[in-house]
Design a binder for this molecule. Sequence first.
Ligand code: KIV
Ligand code: ZN
Length: 385
Amino acid sequence: MPNTQIQIFDTTLRDGEQVPGCTLNTKEKIEIARELERLGVDVMEVGFPISSPGDFESVSRISKIIKNATVCALTRAVPNDIEVAADAIKSAKRPRIHTGIGTSDSHVFNKLRTTREKVIERGVAAVKLAKKYVEDVEFYAEDAGRTDNEYLAMVIEAVIKAGATVVNIPDTTGYCLPSEYGEKIKYLQENVKGIHNTTISTHCHNDLGLATANSIMGVRNGARQIECTINGIGERAGNASLEEVVMIMRKHNDLNFDTGINTKYLSEISAIVSAKMNMPVQANKAIVGSNAFAHSSGIHQDGVIKSRDTYEIIDPEEVGALDSSIVLTARSGRAALNYRAKKLGFEFCKDELERHYQAFLNLADQKKIIQDQDLIKLFSVAATG
Ligand code: KIV
Ligand code: ZN
């Protein structure tokens, strides 16, 4: 049986870009949109056009350029938002409007100060209005993660009846446990009329570090689209990270999922987004961190030198990263030192290696990381000394 295709919905240019300090100008947004298209995302959410004239302009320009991916614009369940978004994406080859409203008690009663019935009415009206402009309408139930499942099912059923093609179940506050989020998707699958003719989408935030796990539990329970961002950027602790969800599905063949992402571009796009948004990637970030393929302890280095897959489940080439690196520190062993020495053109017998290793340890205790130049100097001093 062929694997099930999971749609990758990238929201780097919307949820990611709304982070303080990450704001981009139109030119930068267009550059990233082109990179996202090259990466192979299915949908790119490129802005919230009502929010500012600059955002409207970016969405409108990107809509004219992107040919392969669906271009999506965010709105609230507010008529003017929807009309402006429709105008911004009118030139897109594959336009989508993403509209929605809060459904948790906290959103309904505290933020919107309304009733559950009125929320359903507003959601339905928003979808119906969006349908006048585009065929592809995605509905989000904001804070679905904390919305009780019975009411959520009523909302989702009503918006599907109104024409929603995709239903987004955001864990807006990153609160859900993976099992809980998976059960929510399963509950909707089993209790919402018409849901089998729509795509269920995940949109998980990372407040408890569970965004990636929750997204995967979502697709394991019937969702067919994952909303995510490059480097996991996004509101507060961020969104599910695109590179993580994609590589999980690629590495775990047993899940039987595929995506259209060309993983060889992951490292490059991560660096571009980080530079343009002025948002450093933590060194130990999965897949794209600078240490993701670096080995520093003696035991690990010895294993990797003998066979890369002893300590690496991903070939760096698969994600376009530089080769695995053996970082020489005071925790490195003789095997790593010898390996690096050979790469630099030095051949040592057992006794010579031992002598150099002791000198190397003394230096590494002072210098933390030993570079090739340090080694050349060390070996040359030993040879003349
Ligand atoms: O986190 C969220 O709920 C959102 C919606 C606007 C989709 O970003
Ligand atoms: Zn979000």
